[in-house]
Design a binder for this molecule. Structure first.
Ligand code: PTJ
Length: 249
């Protein structure tokens, strides 16, 4: 890899791009993942490559929602595994959630490679390989999930998710936390909690909020008040405004 100087104005973005490239080389990320990253980068550029205040509020609401959940599951695809494997393991630990590999372009080889990669980053139990349940309303390969994972989850974190699957999960009654840089994507529009931010910033931010809420000993009522106080429509609108203007109000 060509050395990226720290003072390069877009150093972080270039490093992220390189991680996706490495993901493809390792058999973790699909080639389509490169295109998805390019799309995400364009939105991130317009957002100023920073976590806007409404995305931070969404991250806090997501943390509260995850702490309230009976059975939270974090879904991991090829882009997520390349960009934030250790951070997803840390979030799972912070909110006591399961990790499940769930791919749009599912192949056994990529499923295994991603599960191994997560284990290399400290995951103990990785779901997704049993694939003994189906999400209703999706074609065979895209419907596959674990019966004791996403299928029976009450709250699911779906970063960089395809719109059909996000809608099908919502139909099943799941509370969805979506991380996506495009506030107009169907996944973001479907989510109970849309976090319009780059996954490399969003996942550690949700973990930070979850740890803070735990340390403060936040009660169930306090967590519920955070969830209820979050306005998803306002958060989506603020992100769209920021992108269109290239600046915050
Ligand atoms: O590994 P697989 O087979 O499950 O495939 C994963 C991808 C991401 C390739 C697949 O789900 C896909 O094609 O997704 P889409 O439909 O391209 O949607 C990806 C969404 O994620 C888009 O709305 C992008 O703007 C957004 N996105 C891309 N990179 C990032 C991002 N959002 C947050 N952080 C990013 N780094």
């Amino acid at each position: 890899m060509t050395e990226i100087p720290d003072d390069h104005p877009r150093a972080e973005s270039l490093r992220t791009r390189h991680r996706i490239e490495e993901g493809v080389e390792k058999g973790i990320t699909s080639k389509q993942g490169l295109i998805a990253q390019g799309r995400g980068e364009a939105y991130d550029y317009l957002l100023g490559e920073e976590t806007i205040p409404s995305a931070d509020e969404a991250a806090r609401a997501a943390a509260a929602r995850l702490l309230l959940a009976d059975h939270p599951v974090l879904s991991v695809n090829g882009n997520v595994a390349a960009l934030v494997p250790g951070e997803m393991v840390e979030l799972a630990e912070a909110v006591d959630a399961d990790l499940e590999v769930n791919l749009f372009n599912r192949t056994d080889e990529r499923m295994e490679a991603i599960a191994d990669h997560l284990r290399d980053h400290g995951a103990e139990d990785v779901k997704g390989l049993a694939a003994d349940a189906r999400i209703p309303g999706l074609d065979h390969e895209r419907a596959k999930v674990d019966g004791d994972g996403i299928y029976s989850a009450d709250v699911v974190v779906v970063p960089l998710e395809d719109g059909d699957r996000a809608e099908a999960l919502a139909e099943m009654g799941k509370v969805e936390i979506v991380i996506d840089l495009n506030p107009m994507s169907r996944s973001a529009q479907t989510a109970a909690v849309p976090i319009i931010d780059n996954i490399v910033r969003a996942v550690p931010n949700v973990t930070k909020h979850a740890r803070e809420l735990r340390e403060q000993g936040a009660s169930r009522e306090e967590l519920e008040a955070i969830v209820e106080g979050f306005d998803r429509e306002a958060a989506l609108a603020e992100a769209e405004r920021a992108i269109r203007r290239g600046e915050l109000d």
